[in-house]
Design a protein around this ligand. Structure first.
Ligand code: AMP
Length: 309
């Protein structure tokens, strides 16, 4: 940990900018896209791999979470990462902490409703990583849209010297949102899992022809997920992308967020729709990885990484 802090300080002392990519490892093209975004915009890229115990509930998959330290190191090398920081649990938590970062409001709904302590674990470990890295740009995927909103708000509220950058969600060719947890899926579950992205594409099609009623949009998602017998719905919500408050009508920046379980695997997916000037719609359904480790933007604009700088 001291070495990582020193490496970041030395980079800044030499006039270099630092890009930070926090992850839980088992890299796929989604992680690689963040490393590339960091590499493009920063002089010194730090990727962290830490399966953070405090963000897993007592009945969740902490023990089973997929890990591949050697594979991750090879990916990081291939992506030109300067430092791969993969601390053991004892280094991050030498003793039980007395301090928890809780981002109020944003964490109560969506995934927070079924994972009540999850975002406290996330916010606390990300605050620790930001503290160790120091002033930097930190890259997060829009795959975890609620996490991105929570971390962004935390950095602002606590005046942390970190610019949080949100980057496009990367999908498999058939639309499934990439996730380390997809490794758990049996073939029939993998097939059923595509219902989430299918629902988002149907919603996009409805919106493009003028649908603005959040209840109608929600029903498209509910019906599509219900039609897959292997899927059990957790939530389908239409919310403001920043406040995560539910919307009745679609306006501004709208997040359609879905969560369901298939077998023992929890899946999340989402799309962002921008309504500009009342008429325009820009759908951010993510980008599709076109080969091992590469990603191809489907469109410009909403697909780009966006931060507050
Ligand atoms: P994880 O290792 O799953 O905790 O994810 C680490 C970072 O990668 C987070 O910022 C995630 O949002 C991001 N990420 C995970 N999956 C994807 C994906 N399919 N597309 C884009 N970013 C992703």
């Amino acid at each position: 940990m001291a070495e990582m802090r020193t490496a970041c300080e030395e980079a800044r002392d030499a006039g270099r900018t630092v890009g930070l990519v926090p992850t839980m490892g088992f890299f796929h093209a989604g992680h690689r896209s963040l490393m590339r975004a960091a590499r493009e915009a920063s002089d010194f890229v730090v990727v962290t791999v830490f399966v953070n115990p405090t963000q897993f509930g007592p009945t969740e998959d902490l023990g089973a979470y997929p890990r591949d330290p050697d594979g991750d190191a090879a990916v990081a090398r291939a992506e030109g990462v300067d430092v791969l920081f993969a601390p053991p649990v004892e280094e991050m938590y030498p003793e039980p902490g007395h301090t928890t970062v809780h981002v109020d409001g944003l964490t109560a709904r969506l995934c927070g409703a079924s994972r009540p302590s999850h975002f406290d674990g996330v916010a606390t470990v990300v605050a620790k990583l930001f503290s160790i890295a120091g002033p930097c740009r930190a890259y997060f995927g829009r795959k975890d849209a609620q996490q991105l909103a929570v971390v962004t708000r935390m950095a602002v509220d606590l005046n942390l010297p970190v610019t949080v950058i949100g980057c496009p969600l990367v999908r498999e060719a058939d639309g499934l949102a990439m996730s380390s947890r997809n490794a758990y899926l049996e073939p029939d579950e993998r097939e059923a899992a595509t219902a989430l992205s299918r629902a988002l594409r149907q919603i996009a099609a409805e919106i493009v022809v003028g649908e603005r009623d959040a209840a109608v949009v929600r029903k498209v998602a509910l019906d599509t997920i219900a039609s897959e017998r292997l899927l059990t719905l957790d939530y389908a919500e239409v919310v403001d992308a920043t406040s995560l408050e539910p919307l009745a009508r679609l306006a501004g920046t709208v997040l359609v967020a879905l969560a369901a379980t298939v077998g023992r695997t929890r899946l999340i997916d989402n799309a962002t729709f921008l309504f500009e000037g009342g008429a325009d719609v820009i759908a951010d359904l993510g980008v599709t990885a076109s080969g091992p480790g590469s990603s191809r933007p489907e469109s410009s604009g909403a697909d780009a990484c966006s931060g507050d700088s």
